[in-house]
Write a protein that binds this ligand. Sequence first.
Ligand code: SF4
Length: 734
Amino acid sequence: PIRPREQLEAVESVCPYCGVGCALTYWVDRERGAISFAEGRPQPGSQSRLCVKGRYGWDYSASPQRLTKPLIRVDSSYPKGPLSADVRGEGTGKRATKDTRPGKDRGRKPGGLVDYDEVMPHFREATWDEALDLVARRLKEIHAAGGPGAIAGFGSAKCSNEEAYLFQKLIRAGFGTNNVDHCTRLCHASSVAALFEGVGSGAVSTTYGDVANADVAIITGSNPTANHPVASSFFKQARRRGTTIIYVDPRASTVSEHADIFVQLKPGTDVAFYNSVMCEIIRLGLTDPQFIAERTSNYDALAATVADYPPERGEQITGVPADTIRAVARAWGEAGSAVIYWGMGISQHTTGTDNARCLIALCSITGQVGRPGTGLHPLRGQNNVQGASDAGLIPMFYPDYQGVTKESAREVFERAWGTSLDPNRGLTVTEIIHSILEGGVRGMYMLGENPFLSDPNTNKVRKALSALEFLVVQDIFLTETAEFADVILPATSYLEKDGTYTNTDRRVQLGRKVLDPPGEAKADWWIVQEIARRVGLDWNYGSPSAVFDEMVPLMPSYTNLSHANLGSSGKLYPNPDPEHLDGTVVMFDERFNTDDGLAHLVPAQWLPPKELPDSEYPLVLNTGRLLEHWHTGSMTRRSFALDAIAPVAEIYMHPKDAADRGLVHGAMARARSRRGEIQLQVRISHREQQGNVFIPFHFREAAANLLTIDEVDPFGKIPEFKFCAVQVEAVGTT
Ligand code: SF4
């Protein structure tokens, strides 16, 4: 029965999906032990708004496919990893027919997801003690034989700040290595590298809501309607109130229809475009000389570099008419306040750091930082990618971005954690995959990540995960990566535990326990602590808030925050005092966080992407997300409403490209690159430029990363998910 609201219990939490971090309230029917519905809650950022994922995407937590007991592999001779044809790129691209949606066949195999019937016979159920003892023993053995460098861990941006902190502490203090990373390496690592170098902080300088105070906003390399839907609603609302929106992207996504100037540049030409804009701004005399003189360094070198990119040259490289470049330069240069929001179209390139350097330079030479309606905002992807990075889940930084190679920082953490620490920077996600293949890393602890589907060049990742001596995976479902595991530990979803999450605005919010975990599943922080104890660490945390209380004195940015004072809406960091209403919206009003307080301008020359189209592979592949799905689909594809809206893997093609290949809307096509091939359905899309195709990466049965290239940005080590060469052919029609 559907009970009226008065008979339900309201539990305040945070949406688990994107970095917008909308505040929501779950209305819980305690008699059924289930959520009845979710609604947005007032909070200064999201202001009660929710998108389809936040409103309807929570029922996956009640899926019959949840892992409920620890599992140990029984058949070591059986090949590890997904074996079915779909993930090998040999499938039909169609989802399986068996259906586990509520009210339907409750078998164990939903379309397109892991085949439990095939995989489970190779595991046996175990007690928690048996599984945890085995994990600790095997990791210790590998550590003893191969040294600290033989161990690595991937944490998760879906877990809380407290869990991220404990995980990196375990890898660093328990195994003596900085080989710990997470999916920030796949989304904004290059943005963070550029921001650190440029302004001394990897976080945003202002909020998404501050767009309301901007005369001009550039939205670039982002499809916010799909990826940050509620933030996108504020962008569109700002335009109705008078903000000029300049949208810069190779794809004509829906926000292009709301833009005053739409710049549809060729993919991979961002540096050339922004250099041209800066060249024109300088020519027009629209810089802010006082800001440049007092608050920046290296302006002359920047000006000399961008002088080589007059709008005519910009047009040659980017395909954007020189007059459009001039119009953007004038609009930006004449604005009283101007702000930039960017996404992975900027960061996921081998020139990702250079792309972000250009955005920092554009804001800095025009004095558009440090006031309301100005600044730099990389729209963070996952719900807690900002917080997981803040908490030290990255190989070069302890919590709060204190460098592991900096002796003074190391001493602080050695004192706090009571052990000596590795003085060398650890390996990143992509470097760890490479190291496994070279025989370096031999044992891994994977918490909530699914690199088999999320990392580039799936066939290479398959080889690496298969080559590990020991892999423990901690997750809520049997993911594709768990199919490689020796031990699988059943974890809790965010609905089943307390913890803090930090959104793209730097807003730290408390997610509260809504439901009991299924079966014997345990909270991630509890599992990490049990493994830590078994490898010899004396940990006695009684709750996530106890962990948070240890973190805060070690993380100056989080000063004056506690579980007790976060309240219903959370607080932005930095927070000037414990009782402050909402923390700091605009950063850098007087100085930047760099050692000298100045913004460091770093000139960048345009470089082409690593794999250009040719006669054999003539199309450019761009990968990304859909509004209805989330990353590798382990949660959203098990959500009834979301899966019903977007059940099928599709390739988005320009009508001419499709027609040239005899493809019509709904036809099956084969997409192939030098690394693999997949089959999937054609969607004719006027949003693509001719010569470019788009494939979302959520679908196992048409895994986009079988095609992608694993070349990385030299600074951020982020892969070039936004550009590789492919061919597409017809394989028949549906
Ligand atoms: Fe959740 Fe993001 Fe949608 Fe907000 S915009 S409801 S945080 S997915």
